[in-house]
Design a protein around this ligand. Structure first.
Ligand code: BTX
Length: 328
């Protein structure tokens, strides 16, 4: 077991069967620390919001199955080499993107995941606000340090979208998520997920990519502010049951590790087919609002560089690098 004593005690408590107890002596043995250190760790866990039942003759157990997205909950599901092997977890942050950029300055390793129960200033593209219901979604930033030139960074949004969608398909079977180019995942036309890729770059190399992923998981419709109720949905609402956030985080880490390795070695061309398969945009009539103009036409495909191809009524085909898309 790795981590601080508190994390190791939590892992041990999570591992024992529901209703079973683990004694202070056993915990001390498992963690290689004194019983006083165990007692202190239990107190800190209680301050963190865990309810721990202690019975004098039997020891300790967690009161109920807990639903946090800290390392202790994610690690049992994790099968990666690098992504998610360092987890920086907080109850509340301004934005996981902001915390991640600080960690990059402190040289955090490739694959670090910054994750929080709540954000007070979650953001989308162009500083648009991102609504983060506390404890009910996945609000995380994955820090990647690929050896890439800066112009290849924006495509990571597409790579992340394919990873999130395939992780969802591996775990949930009652709905079909589709990618809306470039950064949304929709279910039945409503947004479950937004992805925001930011870059810390030197002159000709990417120093770090901050892949921000926001997923509505266990919200009921009444949890969303009124203005989002017509455009947003959650995985639980679509799947018809509440879902384990830590399990999806681990699955996303796995797919992201596989696909980012493919991307770095072979470019987007190798992932294009997967992206197109998951796309709800290709073949559709769309309106694309770019910073300079509004274009209407049919989305006919995506290039090996991740540029959306739109055929206008005149027959002319235009490449779109960045835009908001509406299906018309
Ligand atoms: P976006 O600019 O494509 O989408 C932002 C728009 O989405 C908002 O203007 C609003 O209309 C809508 N919206 C806001 N909150 C939600 C929500 N919870 N569900 C559905 N629709 C919503 C999308 O940007 C990229 C979002 C990335 C969010 C993650 S969370 C972890 C990381 N930290 C952070 O601050 N941002 C990223």
């Amino acid at each position: 077991m790795s981590g601080t004593t508190k994390e190791r005690v939590l892992q041990a408590l999570l591992q024992v069967q529901q209703d079973a107890y683990v004694s202070g002596a056993q915990l001390a043995d498992m963690c290689g620390v004194s019983r006083t250190a165990i007692w202190k760790a239990i107190q800190t866990l209680e301050q963190d919001g865990y309810t721990i039942i202690s019975a004098r003759t039997k020891g300790y157990r967690l009161a109920e199955k807990t639903d946090f997205v800290d390392a202790a909950h994610i690690e049992p599901y994790l099968q990666t080499k690098a992504i998610g092997r360092v987890i920086h977890y907080e109850k509340e942050v301004t934005s996981t993107q902001t915390v991640a950029s600080e960690l990059v300055k402190a040289n955090t390793p490739h694959g670090t995941v910054v994750i929080a129960e709540a954000q007070t200033a979650g953001r989308g593209r162009m500083e648009r606000p991102w609504e983060t219901t506390a404890g009910k979604g996945i609000w995380m930033t994955v820090i990647l340090r690929p050896d890439l030139p800066p112009h290849q960074a924006p495509q990571f949004t597409l790579v992340a979208a394919v990873a999130v969608i395939n992780a969802m398909k591996a775990l949930y079977h009652n709905f079909t998520p589709v990618i809306k180019w470039p950064n949304d995942i929709l279910v039945n036309g409503k947004k479950t997920t937004g992805i925001l890729t930011e870059m810390v770059a030197e002159a000709d190399r990417v120093n770090a990519l901050l892949v921000g992923i926001g997923i509505n998981m266990n919200q009921q419709m009444s949890d969303f502010p009124e203005e989002l109720q017509t455009i947003a949905t959650s995985v639980a609402l679509e799947e018809g049951r509440s879902v384990d956030r830590a399990e999806l985080v681990a699955m996303i880490c796995q797919y992201l590790e596989n696909y980012s390795d493919v991307y770095v070695k072979h470019g987007f061309a190798r992932l294009k087919m997967l992206w197109e398969e998951a796309s709800g945009t290709i073949g559709k009539q769309i309106r694309a609002t770019t910073l300079r103009e509004v274009l209407e036409g049919t989305a006919i495909g995506i290039t090996d560089d991740g540029v959306l191809q739109v055929q206008l009524a005149s027959g002319e085909v235009r490449g779109i690098y960045s835009a908001d898309i509406e299906l018309t």
